[in-house]
Design a protein around this ligand. Structure first.
Ligand code: SAM
Length: 344
């Protein structure tokens, strides 16, 4: 029996959690090799149909290994093994937690460097259709390049490495801008200008400015201060308090369509405070509460909190959100994201 190998790509730091998720979902796989942001698994019987996707929250990409190179000559052979006309995406495994990249860091420069060392020219890029195979050329370490192939699925972004190309504007008060933009980009919620958002944990205002720029009207809750630019925004109002003490009066002018949560509290504490906010909204608006969609960031202040993710999702359902999609966004740090729909 010829074995088959799979590779999985995740955020720097999420490897152990991703590995446990995948081995739980596919108990017949065995862990093979790992680097930060990158893990391979072995399947003894490679003659069965290949696994094409995982339900794991932390696996950004999952596919079948093709091979790897440790010299420029081997890299040329690896590239020769790619079928003509195939879509080839090139990227690096994560070597930093998002946001911790050093000054001057340029994404994928190390892969470009490896490719400069060979005589082959390779056309990277292309937008895959759903179910199309994509070859992934992944920089692993200096001199070491990995080739794998994955099947493009509806939940994946068509950009290389399932990492949408979203940049942080210089005027954004925080990186949280990237998280809400990435969530909107991936989940494409319907946005009607004037729709109202209640943002719990809004300081200093990165997500707020992203939502205001999209024509949404935002009420934020946070005990800290907002960036001064927000004081000029007519569509922003601020309840400067802990979420757990907001009153019906505080929320009497905001019947929100969306709820955005991003508090740097342990998950169960954050969900307790969110429950208070939702009960308060129900108290004000009753059956007329408009809320439908939640954009919820759950902080894993300690990676061991990941063991309790099923409990956090159960709590979110009990709050009233019927349909949940949980994933670690490419812009998330030690946290994951839940897109929650059909609030009742
Ligand atoms: C990651 S930051 C939020 C970033 C923000 N969404 C942005 O776009 O800039 C976490 C925030 O949670 C707030 N926070 C912590 N405990 C809170 C509580 N009990 N109620 C409301 N906000 C809280 C903190 O003050 C902090 O501003």
């Amino acid at each position: 029996m010829t074995p088959r190998f799979y590779y999985s790509v995740c955020q720097f730091g999420a490897e152990k959690t991703m590995k446990e998720d995948i081995l739980y979902e596919f108990p017949h796989l065995r862990f093979a090799f790992s680097r930060p942001g990158f893990i391979t698994f072995k399947e003894e019987n490679g003659s069965k149909p290949a696994i094409i996707e995982t339900q794991g929250i932390f696996a950004r990409l999952f596919g079948v290994s093709v091979g790897q190179s440790k010299t420029p000559a081997e890299l040329e052979q690896l590239i020769d093994s790619i079928p003509e006309g195939a879509i080839v995406h090139g990227f690096e495994r994560d070597t930093f937690v998002p946001g911790d990249e050093p000054e001057g860091y340029r994404k994928n420069a190390r892969l470009e460097n490896e490719l400069k060392g060979i005589s082959h020219t390779l056309k990277l890029g292309g937008v895959p259709a759903v179910n199309q195979t994509v070859y992934d050329l992944i920089w692993i370490d200096e001199g070491r390049v990995f080739l794998g192939k994955h099947v493009h699925r509806p939940h994946l972004d068509p950009a290389p490495g399932n990492q949408p190309n979203i940049t942080l504007p210089a005027k954004a008060p925080s990186r949280a801008y990237l998280k809400i933009e990435e969530a909107i980009h991936r989940f494409q919620p319907k946005i009607v200008p004037g729709m109202k958002v209640l943002e719990v944990g809004c300081s200093p205002g990165g997500a707020t400015i992203a939502m205001l720029a999209r024509g949404l009207s935002v009420t934020g809750i946070d005990p800290k201060y907002m960036h001064e630019s927000l004081s000029r925004e007519r569509e922003f109002s601020f309840v400067q308090k802990l979420a757990k003490v907001v009153t019906q009066e505080d929320l009497s002018k905001v019947n929100p369509d969306w709820l955005v949560l991003d508090m740097n509290l342990a998950p169960l504490e954050a969900l307790d405070e969110l429950q208070h906010v939702i009960q308060t909204l129900r108290g004000v608006y009753g059956r007329n509460l408009k809320l439908k969609t939640g954009f919820l960031t759950v902080k894993l202040n300690d990676w061991k909190f990941a063991e309790n993710i099923p409990l956090y999702l159960k709590r979110i359902r009990e709050l009233g959100f019927q349909d949940l999609t949980a994933m670690q966004l490419a812009s998330n740090r030690q946290e994951f994201f839940v897109y929650a729909e059909n609030f009742r």
